[in-house]
Ligand binder design. Structure first.
Ligand code: NAP
Length: 336
């Protein structure tokens, strides 16, 4: 293969995992403010299959424009191969990780090389490998921007008011729904880092995993409805969302908050009557926050759980695994 081309996975038409094609394409040129990263591992996330499906689950007014064929993916860990003249802070040979260009959906991470905005990158924590580093960016930044610090003042496409995390401490009880997944398992760990009392909701197979991550209590949603057994909660981080999310309103104490990570439907009258708030946001790329999170990863305060790994060429199998659900941690593509 000539050296100016690379392998990348591209979507040529919308559809199921079978539309992912392993192509030969030009190596991108880093533009102003960018570095070229030789990719070692790619973390996969729900927006990757939303893009594959045509973003039909995103309201048309907030749906980004894109043209096919497109290289999906946002989360990378790799080594800097070239640096634009105006970039400071990164040099050839540096190990880096990042959530690229989100929420623009043009991260182009399923590839051997990616041109990455330097502002979206941080130095990879030395104590974890590329597979674990690639599993962190989107899911960990989501948990961080919902729970700890938003870190920007961009308006949210989903609500008029700006999302504000609530203070977490030893006297705070946090329920995490979807606790075993990418966002959920990081949310459990960040809430424990803040000394909160954490109740994890997931299917039964994840019970010991979630206790090992620090969860104080576990609810198996396949056996019992969480809203029937859990009450007086300060904060629900709902990483599942959807139609059932509204049931968590009943678990909150007055003054409590529900943070849906995915769209839900809520009755304003019920929210007012219960004296609670509902607030969400959309994760954004943020290299400075990732640098801060890199210190928690390096210290072992936050651990990246790996559900499974697949070679980049087998991205289809990785998406098929994701479609089966019950993900524990992160699915990661490895790049030879
Ligand atoms: N707002 C944002 O900016 C933002 C950012 C990132 C992600 N998201 C959204 O957040 C959601 C979660 O993302 P993710 O990356 O964490 O997904 P994920 O890794 O696929 O995890 C989803 C988890 O939910 C669990 N689950 C499924 N149905 C459940 C139910 N009814 N009750 C409790 N748990 C259930 C699954 O395992 P078990 O069923 O086995 O427990 C799985 O562990 C996605 O919808 C994603 O699009 C939004």
């Amino acid at each position: 293969m000539p050296t100016h081309t690379m392998r990348a996975v591209r979507i040529h038409a919308h559809g199921g995992p079978e539309v992912l094609r392993y192509d030969e394409v030009p190596i991108p040129e880093p533009g102003p403010g960018e570095v070229l990263v030789r990719v070692h591992a790619v973390g996969i996330n729900p927006p990757d299959w939303y893009l594959r499906d045509g973003l039909t689950n995103i309201p048309p007014e907030t749906r980004p424009n894109f043209h096919l064929p497109v290289i999906p993916g946002t989360d990378v860990s790799g080594v800097v191969d070239a640096v634009a003249a105006d970039v400071e802070g990164f040099s050839v040979g540096d190990e880096v990780f990042g959530l690229l260009r989100f929420p623009s959906f043009d991260g182009s991470a399923y590839a051997e090389y990616v041109a990455a905005p330097a502002s979206d990158l941080a130095h990879k924590p030395a104590g974890i490998d590329h597979v674990h580093a690639a599993g962190a960016p989107m899911a960990l930044l989501t948990a961080w921007q919902f729970l700890i610090e938003l870190g920007h003042d961009h308006p949210s496409p989903f609500q008029a008011s700006q999302h504000r995390p609530v203070a977490l401490a030893a006297d705070t009880t946090v329920l995490v729904n979807g606790a075993a997944g990418g966002v959920g398992h990081f949310a459990v760990q960040l809430a424990k880092w803040k000394d909160a009392h954490v109740i994890a909701v997931a299917s039964g197979a994840h019970e010991s995993f979630l206790h090992e991550l620090g969860a104080d209590e576990f609810v198996d949603y396949t056996k019992v409805r969480p809203e029937e057994v859990v009450h007086n909660i300060d904060l629900v981080l709902d990483a599942v969302g959807g139609r059932d999310s509204k049931h968590f309103l009943r678990t909150l104490k007055r003054g409590g908050a529900l943070f849906p990570v995915f769209f839900g439907e809520y009755d304003d009258e019920e929210i007012a009557k219960l004296g609670v708030t509902v607030s969400g946001t959309q994760v954004r790329s943020n290299g400075a926050q990732l640098a801060e999170l890199g210190r928690l990863l390096d210290a072992g305060t936050v651990h990246v759980a790996i559900d499974s790994t697949f070679a980049l060429a087998d991205a289809r199998a990785a998406h098929e695994r994701a479609a089966q659900g019950h993900i524990q941690g992160k699915i990661v593509l490895t790049v030879a």
